[in-house]
Design a protein around this ligand. Structure first.
Ligand code: NAD
Length: 485
């Protein structure tokens, strides 16, 4: 068990805390980390320090300094991929291969944003012989980054890196379930780089106290939140008295459309990975609704059944495992509840096999399942489950595929599998979602914006728009008429 302290940079004030919370390993229930529990008072002090650092250092004005610090951070992260990935698996339960990918991929994301730090630029306009204007791009100020537990390293860095590149200070509140690994990553930034004191503050503690304190704090200028839709709604409501900017990356119920001419050798393994084995289905973009053209439904379901039957469930640290446990006990109970509902309301198409007997009783292991023939208003088909639970529906023709794909309050991600480029374009253009993958899934790049349509979010992360989310523009107008006389 590892007991954490809150990292501070050289010259920063040490943080006093008197209580802790524990993180348990989802694979066996053992306590793996002990984390300081921070409160409203810590948030208040961090906001004052961040505001002071924005005024008292060159951070907001010096893109060269920001790029240097971020490149140092990326280098340190690259040197520490293996221990951080191990801690990620211990706290989250995900497969060690996925954890290693998660940590290593963020090295490139930080480096990409380090490049952007030197290119934060506005525009100028000549508005007549005597009038000239500059539209300057300035940082928002102090940002609250609030992140979830499913991809905790990725989703913290996805917001923090552009926030820093744009010249902001930040309070960073990771999800409690994965706070240890998040502190490991933040420690590298705070203790191993030349970041000025006061620019970044880790805040560990519950969403309802420490998180909420940031949302209502008048000294915070923007909330960058990734998490559940209902939390996002609460944050938007509670941020309104101080009229803060909010960027919300929320949940999904994403469709994967598989047309009759699709390459099933590609579609089926991609589906199995994206809804079952990647993070055990606990990924916001998971294709939890499979829409399959009726003429290939039987063939696809047969292949799916075969593929699910071979998934090896076990501890994420065991390299032979192909699907780990769910991260939290709440999530485990929720998935079991929806699985029972699926048996009651629909027809089990694939999965649901008994679990191996040697799995620890305290592990949050569940069997992957795929159901069909559910009533249209079933909450199984409407709500985000966030686990290895797939719903299958058949369609005939593009119009029905599009109607079914859009029959949801969410709009985060989607996919189309077809060898016909015209169908691919038609369906991609018509789907109301922030991402459409064609013949692939869950591909992310630092250069490319992601975000939600409809109730899946507000704003965009990654890419240039992701940087611009953390800036505001200022119009400065020069009147160049010379003084009279
Ligand atoms: P969550 O909303 O419960 O928690 C997310 C974060 O918010 C945590 O740090 C939590 O402590 C904090 N929080 C909770 N209540 C708060 C409050 N009142 N004020 C301030 N902060 C508060 O979400 P989760 O269970 O950690 O993550 C799963 C959800 O995240 C799923 O819905 C998933 O789809 C979504 N998600 C979305 C994306 C995306 O990019 N759109 C990515 C990953 C996960």
């Amino acid at each position: 068990m590892k007991t954490y302290k809150i990292p501070v940079c050289n010259g920063g004030e040490n943080i006093v805390h008197d209580s802790y919370f524990d993180i348990t390993n989802p694979a066996n229930g053992d306590i793996v980390s002990r984390i300081p529990k921070m409160t409203e008072g810590h948030v208040d002090r961090a906001v004052s320090a961040a505001t002071g650092a924005m005024a008292g250092t060159d951070w907001a004005h010096d893109g060269v300094l920001r790029a240097k610090v971020m490149l140092q951070w990326a280098d340190k992260l690259e040197e520490n991929i293996a221990p951080i990935a191990r801690q990620l698996t211990l706290e989250n339960g995900k497969l060690i291969g996925e954890a290693t990918y998660e940590v290593s991929s963020q090295v490139g994301v930080i480096r990409y944003n380090a490049g952007l730090a030197r290119t934060v630029s506005g525009r100028s306009h000549s508005l007549g012989r005597d009038s000239f204007a500059v539209v300057a791009r300035e940082p928002m100020g102090v940002i609250a980054v609030i992140s979830p537990w499913n991809w905790p390293v990725t989703l913290m860095i996805r917001d923090l890196a552009p926030a820093l590149a744009a010249g902001n200070a930040a309070l960073v509140k990771p999800a409690s379930q994965t706070a240890g690994v998040s502190l490991d990553v933040l420690r590298l930034l705070l203790e191993e780089t030349d970041i000025p004191p006061g620019i970044v503050h880790p805040i560990t503690g519950s969403g309802r106290s420490a998180g909420q304190a940031m949302v209502v704090h008048p000294g915070i200028d923007m909330i960058a939140f990734t998490g559940d839709c209902s939390t996002g709604r609460n944050i938007m409501r509670d941020a309104s008295p101080t009229l803060k900017k909010v960027a919300l990356e929320l949940g999904g119920k994403s469709p994967m459309v598989v047309c009759a001419d699709a390459d099933l050798d590609k579609a089926v393994p991609t589906l199995v990975s994206a809804i079952f084995t990647t993070t055990s289905g606990q990924i916001c973009t998971a294709p939890s609704r499979l829409l399959v053209e009726r003429s290939i439904e039987d063939e696809l379901c047969r292949r799916l059944k075969e593929a699910i039957a071979t998934i090896r469930i076990g501890d994420g640290l065991d390299r032979a495992s192909q699907m780990g446990p769910l991260t939290t006990r709440d999530q485990y109970e929720k998935v079991l509840k929806f699985t029972e509902m699926g048996h009651r309301e629909g027809h089990l198409v694939a999965g649901g096999e008994p679990l191996p007997e040697d799995l620890p009783a305290k592990g949050n292991f569940v069997a992957p399942v795929a159901f069909a023939n559910l009533p249209n208003d079933s909450s199984l088909d409407r709500e985000e489950i966030f686990g290895p639970v797939l719903i299958i529906k058949a369609f005939e023709g593009d119009d029905e595929a599009i109607a079914l794909a859009n029959d949801t309050e969410f709009g985060l991600a989607s996919a189309v599998f077809t060898e016909n480029v015209h169908r691919a374009w038609r369906i991609s253009r018509a789907i109301k979602a922030g991402t459409v993958w064609v013949n692939t899934y869950n591909r992310f790049y630092p250069e490319v914006e992601v975000g939600g349509y409809k109730q899946s979010g507000i704003g965009r992360m990654a890419g240039l728009d992701g940087l611009h989310e953390f800036t505001q523009t200022k119009f400065i107008n020069f009147d160049s008429i010379p003084p009279q006389g």
